[in-house]
Design a protein around this ligand. Structure first.
Ligand SMILES: Cc1cc2nc3c(=O)[nH]c(=O)nc-3n(C[C@H](O)[C@H](O)[C@H](O)COP(=O)(O)O)c2cc1C
Length: 376
């Protein structure tokens, strides 16, 4: 597929491995079976979210057509996300899927972020007003989207395609925006920094432990927890994935070394371009959720065009850790230089390219598990 033109929707299913059997993957198969509020939540839980912690809870008032979205603070990543940056970006990703699902199923969505400013865990209210069904290629991509950690085919992407993706941000000058690092010294600098930041993360005992906490090494654990990172989503060739599941789960140190090696020789080496979402204040929860919505929109658009996306956030993860521990701001400063624009800050970064092989499916907790009462 390397050189063929990229038209709308080529073979999007070819780059997502079908969900494996088992209740932990049912959410991918059943998400379209309802068109009410619970169906909208079913679309939300398929969104990208850091470490697959699924940091959300929902309540539904079916009569009023109202869904309340809450940050589940029991599912924090700890040292890997000390200020909840990634947690709120993940909530934004879920909200984007929910808005698309609401529209596709004939509701007019009315979204309000942080409805109770003094209670930040109350992330959003989504009202489903009467409307007309609005189908979209982004909606169609929801169940085909995967985070791809495998190799990408070499070669750049066409400039007009990158421009089209950047335009998904819209033209609100105060809103989230996309900055590309697509070639030359800029691209190389991001690649180098991502490797160095990964080295720093695994050298930091607290961050290494926080990552390992979300690793699910056996099918039994996946079925029991229905979250976290799995062998199948590490981007290995299918035979190696199968072998990986037969062997005992790797030690934390072995897993860290594998991850660093892959970051260097696969993730950054084969990326066609790196993208960075910038906002005017990365500490602002509303901006994080708006940035998350853009991130998910980009990922869905890429999926619809047969492209792959891999999230790579070790620079921001380190910058936040530096702030938490009062360390010299090595990555904080590097990010500022990369953004290169006063009044804008890095929120998240990712790589994009043409996938060399399908990406595995990650587990999800079903709607019934994440639906509850507003207990605060
Ligand atoms: C804010 C955010 C940060 C993420 N950071 C990383 C990252 O640094 N490295 C990585 O491999 N995946 C990262 N991911 C991808 C998640 O691990 C992935 O979305 C999750 O495991 C669910 O898998 P799926 O996207 O295939 O559904 C990130 C996702 C989000 C939304």
């Amino acid at each position: 597929m390397g050189d063929e033109p990229l038209g709308p929707g080529p073979a999007m299913a070819a780059y997502a491995a079908p969900p494996p059997r088992g209740a932990a993957f049912d959410a991918w198969r059943t998400w379209e079976s309802r068109d009410d509020a619970q169906g909208v939540i079913a679309a939300g839980i398929l969104a990208a979210n850091a470490r697959n912690v699924q940091p959300w809870r929902f309540t539904v008032d079916a009569h009023a057509g109202r869904i309340d979205v809450y940050a589940d603070l029991t599912r924090r990543q700890g040292a890997l996300d000390p200020f909840d940056r990634e947690l709120y970006v993940g909530l934004g990703c879920a909200l984007e899927n929910m808005v698309l699902a609401a529209r596709a199923r004939g509701h007019e969505p009315e979204l309000r972020l942080l409805p109770e400013p003094d209670r930040p865990e109350h992330a959003a209210v989504l009202r489903l007003l009467p409307g007309e069904p609005v189908p979209s290629e982004l909606y169609d991509a929801i169940a085909h989207r995967r985070t791809n950690r495998g190799p990408f085919l070499r070669g750049p992407l066409p400039g007009p395609l990158l421009d089209e993706i950047a335009a998904l941000a819209g033209d609100d000058p105060g809103g989230p925006a996309l900055r590309w690092f697509a070639g030359g010294a800029e691209r190389d600098r991001v690649a180098r920094l991502l490797v160095e930041a990964t080295e720093a993360v695994i050298a930091d005992e607290g961050q290494s432990l926080a990552g390992h906490h979300w690793y699910r090494g056996t099918d039994r654990e996946i079925e029991r927890r229905q979250d976290g990172m799995t062998v199948d989503t590490q981007g290995m060739p299918p035979l190696m994935s199968t072998l990986g599941k037969l062997l005992p789960a790797p030690s934390r140190r072995t897993a860290d070394r594998f991850w660093l090696r892959n970051t260097r020789s696969v993730h950054v080496a084969t990326a066609a371009a790196f993208g960075m979402i910038t906002v005017s204040n990365a500490d602002d929860l509303t901006e994080r959720m708006r940035g998350g919505r853009l991130l998910q929109r980009i990922h869905l658009f890429a999926t619809a065009r047969g492209l792959a996306v891999g999230h790579l956030n070790m620079m921001t993860v380190r910058a936040d850790r530096e702030r938490e521990l009062g360390l010299p701001p090595r990555f904080g400063k590097a990010l500022e230089e990369l953004v290169g624009e006063p009044g804008r800050q890095a929120l998240v970064t990712f790589r994009i390219g043409r996938p060399a092989r399908p990406a595995g499916t990650s587990p999800r907790r079903p709607v019934a598990t994440v639906l509850g009462t507003d207990a605060g």
